[in-house]
Write a protein that binds this ligand. Structure first.
Ligand code: NAD
Ligand code: DAU
Length: 355
């Protein structure tokens, strides 16, 4: 069967990317899904084992900064759509190594935009460049208020500044060159296959090993959590039904203060691990705060609901249980990704708590 779309997904071996690839491969047998991923520490082909032999799926190991490779891919696979997720994604790493974020998130995005522009030669009928971004570009909220698509950009970490910069560049290609771009800015995702440097999988892994649970600052920082499968379905909706040049905020309507979320997780883990109630909470340690730590993120997802009919489906407690169970059932995956380089990162990041 001839492919009705040739979709280049970048960063498809990462956390969100792997859920998106699985969703697209399974739901669109008539599309060809080309996954371009450099396989950094955060990319893992194990995440895609169940779809790796699907006839509508191709994996290419490569860098979005490699101009020649991109040109070849656009030509060989007649790419008509790009869903761009490849990025350095961890705020703490952006504080210790900002340059990598500038290169991948900013220069990498422009390199990809240029490759699409060159390949499509102004023939934009049936083409789409979808940039997947974050709510962190909006900066931080106080106790009240929500981020809308009109909230001014105010990024405060090297990670969020690099994502903000890439968003501006994507929009510039729409206004200046007429490229058919579309963007979405999403809140914190959680679920299976998230690298255990991020809050929830890190805490789950530490509880399992009875290691301390490092909560930054006073623990009253707030995030809006979205089940990763709901993000994949939102990307599908925006990709197919969103309008060129538009931005859609995606969120879970699910705000938690970090310490409340960690408490909830501790109690759940005690139950799942059959440990006495209260044992995991005893592991909580308040540690030095993240520099420039944004106090609160929360998304107003009215636009995507009203215009595209998308809403999150997985409730917080259900999602947390599914996530904790997945990590407990997949300890080999966790052991593999946390061995080697990650041990060094962990020791540096949590100097006082390592061990
Ligand atoms: P991740 O770190 O798990 O995965 C990133 C993927 O990109 C990895 O597979 C990595 O190998 C690949 N990659 C990195 N540099 C590359 C390069 N130069 N060339 C090709 N591939 C490269 O990230 P994630 O959490 O899945 O996030 C995916 C995207 O979604 C990012 O753009 C991120 O900014 C955005 N986002 C993430 C969240 C979240 O909560 N995780 C929320 C909103 C938006
Ligand atoms: O909001 C979307 C963003 O969510 C994405 O763009 C990022 O790619 C993703 O990493 C995530 O960023 P956060 O910085 O919010 O996620 P993280 O899991 O690193 O931290 C969540 C909160 O938990 C944050 O307030 C910091 C805190 N934290 C984190 C870690 C790793 C701790 O208290 N202790 C920790 O050890």
């Amino acid at each position: 069967m001839e492919a009705t779309k040739n979709v280049l997904v970048t960063g498809g071996a990462g956390f969100i990317g792997s859920h998106l690839i699985r969703h697209l491969v399974q739901n669109y047998p008539n599309y060809r899904i080309i996954n371009l991923d450099k396989l950094t520490y955060a990319g893992n082909l194990e995440n895609l084992r169940d779809v790796e032999n699907a006839p509508n799926y191709v994996f290419i190991k490569g860098d979005i900064l490699d101009i020649q490779l991109l040109q070849n891919l656009f030509q060989e696979y007649q790419i008509d759509s790009v869903i761009h997720l490849a990025a350095e994604s961890h705020v703490d790493r952006s504080i210790s190594n900002p340059m990598q974020f500038i290169e991948t998130n900013i220069v990498g995005t422009v390199t990809l935009l240029n490759a699409a522009r060159t390949a499509w030669e102004g023939e934009y009928e049936g083409k789409r460049f979808y940039h997947v971004s974050t709510d962190e570009v909006y900066g931080t909220l106080g106790e009240t208020g929500l981020f809308t698509e009109d909230t001014s950009y105010d990024p405060r970490s090297p990670y969020s500044a690099s994502k903000a910069s890439s968003d501006h560049l994507v929009r510039a290609y729409y206004h200046t060159f007429g490229m058919p771009v579309i963007l979405s800015n999403c809140s914190n995702n959680y679920g299976p296959y998230q690298f255990p440097e991020k809050l929830l999988p890190l805490m789950i892994n530490n509880i399992r090993h009875e290691k301390t649970l490092p909560v930054y600052g006073d623990g009253k920082y707030t995030r809006d959590w979205l089940w990763v499968g709901d993000h994949a379905s939102a990307i599908d909706r925006v990709f197919h039904e969103g309008k060129d040049g538009e931005t859609y905020n995606i969120g879970g309507n699910n705000e938690w203060k970090n310490i409340d979320l960690v408490h909830e997780l501790c109690d759940l883990m005690d139950e799942l691990l059959d440990r006495p109630a209260g044992s995991s909470r005893k592991l909580i340690t308040f540690v030095k705060d993240r520099p420039g730590h944004d106090r609160r993120y929360a998304i107003d997802a009215t636009k995507i609901k009203d215009e595209l009919g998308w809403e999150p489906t997985v409730q917080a407690r259900e999602g947390l249980r599914l996530t904790a169970k997945w990590y407990l059932d997949n300890t080999e995956w966790v052991e593999r990704v946390t061995s080697g380089e990650y041990q060094k990162y962990y020791e540096q990041q949590y100097q006082q708590e390592a061990g």
